[in-house]
Design a binder for this molecule. Structure first.
Ligand SMILES: NC(=O)c1ccc[n+]([C@@H]2O[C@H](COP(=O)([O-])OP(=O)(O)OC[C@H]3O[C@@H](n4cnc5c(N)ncnc54)[C@H](OP(=O)(O)O)[C@@H]3O)[C@@H](O)[C@H]2O)c1
Length: 348
C-alpha cells in the first residue's frame, strides 16, 4: 500500500489507517470481539496498513488495551501507533502520567504519534470531565507543550501532534514541532476544505483524516435517515429534535444530505463501484491527506475498505462528486465540529 511522508519526520504512513475506536467495546459502538480485533490488526499489517489510531478516551482506555493485546503478537516496528491525551489531562505532570498509563495499556515502550485530542478550551474539556476546577482553570498550552517535549526527549513518544485544531488555533503553535493535525473528512463532511486543510498544507503539517465513512453511513448500508443508529445520527447533518442523543440543537441539513447521498449513489451505479470504495478513494486521491482512517469491526469490513485504495476515480467522477456534495458543504459551512452547535464549536 502507498505510504505518504509526514513532513519534518521520518514517518511514512499508509494512505489508509486502521481506526481503533470500537476496540474494547463500549456504550458508543457496542460490543467488539477481541478475536475480531486481533484479526483486523494482523490483516491490516498483511494488507500494507501501518498506522493504528487510538486514544486514552476511547472506551475508557479499553481501545488502547485491546490494540496493545493485538499488537503484542506482531513485531512492534511494523506498526505506527497514534494515541491521544484528553484536553482535561494536559497539566504538565498529569499529562506525563497519562502517557505512561497509555504505554502500559498499549504494552509498548513508545507511541509513534501522540496527539492532543481536542483543543484546550472549556467547550472541549467539558466533554471529558465535569470537574469545575479543571473547566474553570484549564491547563495552559505552554505547559502541555513542555510535557510533550519531555516525553519526546525521554523517547516515550516519537512525535507529537494535535487533533481537531482549526487554522486559528494552529497559528499560535510552533508548527515545526506539530507533526499532524487529525481532522474529520469525508464526502459529507468537507468543512476543513475552507481553511484548515489549506493551512496545514501551507505550513507542512500532516493531516490524518478520520471518519472516512461517516461512521458507516457512507458504506451505503442505510436506506433511510431513520435506519441510521442514533449515535451515528448526532451530527449537524440531522435535525437535533428528532434524536435524544444529539446535542447540537440545530435543525440539520437533511434535504441537502439526502440530495448528496442520491448523487453519490447514482455515481456508484454508473461506475460499478461500491459507496465505501468511492468514499475512501475520494479521500485517498487528495494529496493533502497523509493518511485516512476507517474503522473496521471485522475482516470483511477491512477488506472492503482496503479494496478502495487501489482504485482510481476519473476526473469526471471527481467533478461529479464535487457537484453532488457542494450544497451540503455550503449548508454546513466552515465548522468541522459536527457534533456541537456553531456557538459551541470546540475547534475554534
Ligand atoms: N481525532 C478524533 O477526534 C476522532 C474522532 C472520531 C474518529 N477518530 C478516529 O478515526 C477512526 C475512524 O472513524 P470512525 O470509526 O468514527 O468512523 P468511520 O471509519 O467512518 O466508520 C467506521 C464504522 O463504519 C462501519 N463500517 C466500516 N467499514 C464498513 C464497511 N466496509 N461496510 C459497512 N460498514 C462499515 C463500522 O461500524 P458498524 O459495523 O457498527 O456500522 C465501523 O466501525 C476511529 O476509529 C478513530 O480512530 C478520531
Amino acid at each position: 500500500m502507498e505510504k505518504r511522508e509526514c513532513k519534518n519526520t521520518d514517518l511514512k504512513l499508509s494512505v489508509l489507517g486502521t481506526g481503533c475506536w470500537t476496540f474494547g467495546g463500549g456504550s458508543y459502538w457496542g460490543k467488539q470481539d477481541q478475536k475480531d480485533v486481533n484479526e483486523v490488526v494482523h490483516a491490516s499489517i498483511d494488507l500494507g496498513i501501518n498506522y493504528f489510531d487510538t486514544a486514552e478516551a476511547y472506551n475508557d482506555g479499553r481501545s488502547e488495551s485491546s490494540l496493545g493485546e493485538a499488537i503484542r503478537e506482531i513485531q512492534r516496528e511494523k506498526a505506527l501507533i497514534g494515541s491521544k491525551v484528553s484536553p482535561s489531562n494536559c497539566y504538565k505532570d498529569m499529562l506525563i502520567k497519562h502517557c505512561d498509563n497509555s504505554l502500559k495499556r498499549l504494552q509498548t515502550d513508545y507511541i509513534d504519534i501522540y496527539m492532543l485530542h481536542w483543543p484546550i478550551h472549556p467547550h472541549a474539556i467539558r466533554h471529558f470531565t465535569n470537574r469545575p476546577n479543571i473547566i474553570e482553570n484549564p491547563p495552559e498550552m505552554d505547559e502541555t507543550l513542555d510535557a510533550l517535549r519531555i516525553l519526546k526527549k525521554q523517547g516515550k513518544i516519537r512525535y507529537f501532534g494535535v487533533s481537531n485544531f482549526s487554522s486559528n488555533r494552529l497559528k499560535n503553535l510552533p508548527e515545526e514541532e506539530i507533526t499532524v493535525n487529525e481532522l474529520p473528512y469525508n464526502l459529507l463532511c468537507r468543512a476543513i476544505e475552507y481553511e484548515t486543510l489549506p493551512y496545514c498544507q501551507e505550513n507542512g503539517i500532516g493531516v490524518i483524516s478520520y471518519m472516512a465513512l461517516l461512521q458507516g453511513i457512507l458504506s451505503g448500508k442505510y436506506t433511510s435517515i431513520e435506519d441510521i443508529p442514533a449515535m451515528q445520527r448526532r451530527t449537524r447533518h440531522f435535525d437535533s429534535k428528532k434524536n435524544s442523543e444529539s446535542r447540537h440543537g440545530e435543525a440539520g441539513a437533511e434535504k441537502e444530505f439526502l440530495l448528496a447521498l442520491d448523487g453519490i449513489r447514482a455515481i456508484c451505479k454508473s461506475s460499478g463501484l461500491s459507496m465505501a470504495e468511492v468514499a475512501i478513494q475520494w479521500i485517498v486521491q487528495n494529496p493533502a491527506i497523509t493518511c485516512t482512517l476507517a474503522g473496521a469491526r471485522n475482516i470483511a469490513q477491512l477488506e472492503a475498505n482496503v479494496k478502495a485504495v487501489d482504485l482510481k476515480l476519473s476526473q469526471d467522477i471527481l467533478a461529479e462528486l464535487d457537484i453532488a456534495t457542494q450544497r451540503l458543504m455550503n449548508k454546513l459551512g466552515n465548522h468541522f465540529d459536527y457534533y456541537e452547535s456553531v456557538e459551541n464549536d470546540r475547534t475554534l
